[in-house]
Design a binder for this molecule. Structure first.
Ligand code: NAP
Length: 297
């Protein structure tokens, strides 16, 4: 990793939660945060894999169970939580999987990548003191808005369309979360990041073996390392950026290199869609934003 790309502050005494921390970008994010002194909780669906991952990290770590495809698991994680959270890193994700449903019946990519993190964030928000960073993707640009009248994608499922929609949802979530935090008078920041194109296990999903093989090979040949792919997340978590900032690599068309502020699609700036998605997500998960608007009198 090019550690000169981001100047990381001392995080001694701080606590961070990283979802999907047992591989890829989540594990590399964990390494950097723990290396800077933070106590990092690896929030993972497979605790054995999580423990192996944690053993490879120098610093203070802890493994806790979290399955974002199951709201009862998200609630159990939040119920057990005690103490301040300096950084909540919503990193876990699945990409281009065959059509499926989460335990609660949501289309799986929307359910894991967006709704699981939506519920987790709101359930933990009163304990967050620093930032909520959500990992999106440049593929969010493929989504031309959220299809509010067919969230289950019953009218036609496409693995990549569903992924793109979930990653657009990550950015709209960040936009509306930041707006609500400001409205509530909170100093907590909501930011987002994307890694460009990084070599991780993410490219091992997909329904067709040939397509799976091609995407895996292409990621190995053209992708940057997972360590470099994690730098935009670290940037969004620790650098002086505005609320709702979106960080990504600045070279090669935003696919690799040192992190910087990144552009996003017009759809990802749509405040009305962000509000509508928020209301829908509250209805679907039964979890709400915990703070009332600040008294501006
Ligand atoms: N790699 C890229 O080029 C790229 C590009 C754009 C965006 N991203 C985003 O980067 C993030 C991290 O992905 P990655 O590239 O590091 O891929 P990865 O190595 O496959 O990591 C994904 C992580 O998410 C976890 N996860 C999946 N479903 C989960 C669930 N139901 N509950 C809890 N954890 C779950 C996985 O756990 P298991 O190990 O148990 O499967 C794994 O730890 C994702 O949000 C992805 O969309 C990646």
């Amino acid at each position: 990793m090019d550690t000169t790309a981001v100047r990381i502050p001392d995080l001694t005494g701080r606590t961070a939660i990283v979802t999907g921390a047992n591989s890829g970008l989540g594990l590399e994010t964990t390494r950097v945060l723990a290396g800077a002194g933070a106590h990092v909780v690896l929030a993972v669906r497979d605790e054995d894999k999580g423990r192996v991952a944690a053993e490879s990290v120098r610093g203070k770590t802890e493994v806790r169970h979290l399955d974002l495809a199951d709201l009862s698991s998200v609630r159990a994680f939040a119920d057990r939580w005690q103490g301040d959270i300096h950084l909540l890193i919503n990193n876990a994700g699945i990409m281009a999987v065959p059509k499926g449903k989460t335990k609660d019946g949501f289309e799986s990519q929307f359910g894991v990548n967006h709704l699981g993190h939506f519920a987790l964030t709101n359930l933990l928000l009163e304990q967050v003191t620093g930032r909520v960073v959500t990992v999106s993707s440049s593929l969010h640009r493929m989504a031309k808005g959220i299809d509010f009248d067919d969230v289950a994608m019953d009218r036609g499922y496409s693995p990549y369309k569903a992924y793109a929609r979930s990653k657009l949802a990550n950015l709209l979530f960040t936009l509306e979360l930041q707006r609500r935090l400001e409205d509530a008078g909170s100093t907590v920041l909501a930011t987002a990041a994307h890694p460009g194109y990084a070599t991780t296990d993410l490219h091992g999903y997909g329904s067709h073996p040939l397509l799976r093989g091609i995407t895996r090979l292409s990621s190995r040949v053209f992708g940057q390392s997972a360590a470099n792919g994690a730098l935009p997340t670290i940037f969004a978590a620790t650098q002086d950026v505005p609320g709702a900032a979106f960080a990504g690599p600045k070279s090669m068309g935003g696919t690799r290199g040192a992190p910087a502020l990144s552009s996003r699609s017009e759809e990802a700036w749509d405040g009305r869609a962000a509000k509508r998605l928020w209301v829908l997500s509250e209805e679907l998960t039964g979890v709400s934003f915990p703070f009332p608007p600040a008294d501006r009198a």
